[in-house]
Design a protein around this ligand. Structure first.
Ligand SMILES: *Cc1c(COP(=O)(O)O)cnc(C)c1O
Length: 432
């Protein structure tokens, strides 16, 4: 299968090229040239299939032409070595818990899949050793570092701003060792991102090192996120609730929801989607006005969604042929401020005994406000609340920390401190 760029200027790429390059040469995002429809028979009895079996069918539709069947099966089964349960919250609202992976957030799925696919290309097709650079303000670094941990032929450099990442997040990528190096940059997140961008543009570095990025624009990170939408539907079917299904996605860069929209194109019977925003409401405004006006992000307590220029918006536009009317037919939007997010966490804990994280709370609010009585709503619970302990505890009181998180916190921090100028960073990389 070929991948084209949303900007339509760059040449089409193979899957391997799209995964290794990340962004197309014209700065567009790669899109698969075809989205295969899965047969009705697949959906009729989907409730009888396991998560891995479902995911493999979806994976074959995208990657089946480019990855050998046995290898693809192993990549999918290995990626999804944890469950994604659907949990009833109240009335017709369900939570799809995406936080049972190694770093307790949904990004585990994409990061694990991408690392294994890249590892496959390195082994099978003689791809040279690859160095992954990733800038993080918290969650992305942990998912990518853990996803790539121990994968032969790949070294990961996680750049993060010194003193600006919570201790829980920091320990998830600084205690790993092996092929993961944490670089503690004396600056803010934007400095880290600027260093990564400069590295990709630097001729010397690219001559000596094979550099790639593992951010959410990579097709190997974003497409596998479609898997759990199908599994959510399977679990609803088991409950006899597979009609008028609405899925609500707490959104920042819009990679997660875009994967769901791809699922719908493949025939998944979802009636509509809701994109739930925090105060960074660029997409919400677009739905209302038809105008897309990116602007600098504002800080909120659902900080993984603090995005002012959602990169996957380009994919959504492309998917709907740039039609605002068609986008509005399938997606609606909502936006909530920090007080409304806190109120949702409190209400849902007090009244229904379910603990939301700040991101899931945005999704819950949108369903509580917009779901019709004849519909069944699922919101994606994108992270475990304990990852946001400092925000959640003042609202609901002490919460327990899962053993998986505690284990990270017992590890020994290893990091290399660097100033924020590019020359020091370049010198460091070349000396490695
Ligand atoms: C990354 C992230 C999001 C936003 O997902 P997008 O794909 O960027 O829209 C939401 N919640 C959590 C916890 C995240 O880490």
């Amino acid at each position: 299968m070929k991948y084209y760029s949303t900007n339509k200027q760059a040449q089409e790429a193979t899957l391997q090229e799209a995964v290794v390059k990340g962004l197309a040469g014209d700065k567009g995002l790669y899109m698969p040239e075809r989205i295969k429809q899965l047969p009705d028979s697949f959906f009729e009895n989907i409730k009888d299939l396991s998560f891995q079996e479902i995911a493999l069918e979806v994976a074959k539709a995208f990657f089946g032409e480019d990855v050998e069947a046995d290898a693809l099966k192993q990549i999918v089964y290995d990626t999804l070595a944890f469950d994604v349960p659907l949990v009833h919250v109240n009335d017709n609202i369900y939570s799809l818990e995406l936080f049972h992976g190694p770093t307790l957030a949904f990004k585990d799925v994409g990061a694990r899949f991408m690392s294994r696919l890249l590892g496959y290309f390195i082994k099978k097709q003689g791809q040279d050793k690859v160095n992954v650079l990733v800038a993080t303000s918290g969650d992305t670094g942990s998912a990518v570092a853990n996803g790539f941990l121990g994968v032969p032929g790949i070294h990961v450099y996680v750049l993060y701003p010194k003193g600006k990442v919570s201790p829980i997040q920091e320990c998830q990528f600084t205690t790993l060792g092996q092929n993961i190096t944490a670089l503690e940059i004396d600056g803010v997140f934007d400095d880290c991102q600027a260093l990564v961008k400069s590295a990709f543009m630097d001729a010397d570095l690219n001559k000596y090192m094979n550099l790639t990025s593992a951010n959410s624009i990579n097709v190997a990170r974003f497409l596998p996120q479609a898997f759990y939408y199908f599994y959510a539907y399977a679990q609803l079917q088991k409950l006899g609730l597979d009609k008028n299904v609405v899925i609500c996605v707490p959104s920042g860069n819009f990679g997660n929801i875009t994967a769901g929209l791809f699922g719908k194109r493949m025939g998944l019977p979802i009636s509509r989607f809701i994109a739930a925003n925090n105060r960074n409401d660029i997409f919400f405004k677009y739905l209302q006005t038809g105008e897309y006006n990116p602007r600098p992000s504002v800080q909120t307590i659902a900080n993984a969604m603090d995005v002012g220029a959602p990169s996957n918006f380009a994919r959504i536009l492309d998917l709907y042929g740039n039609s605002h009317a068609d986008i509005c037919k399938e997606i609606s939007g909502c936006t909530y401020d920090d007080d409304q997010i806190r109120a949702a966490i409190k209400k849902v804990k007090d009244q229904y005994g379910y603990l939301l994280d700040p991101h899931g709370a945005v999704g819950y609010n949108a369903l509580a406000d917009m779901l019709k009585p004849n519909e069944v709503g699922v919101f994606l619970e994108t992270a475990h609340p304990a990852k946001f302990k400092d925000t959640v505890e003042p609202i609901v009181g002490p919460i327990s920390i899962p053993e998986k998180l505690q284990a990270f916190m017992r590890g020994t921090k290893q990091s290399i401190e660097l100033p924020k100028d590019f020359d020091s960073f370049k010198k460091y990389l070349l000396s490695e």
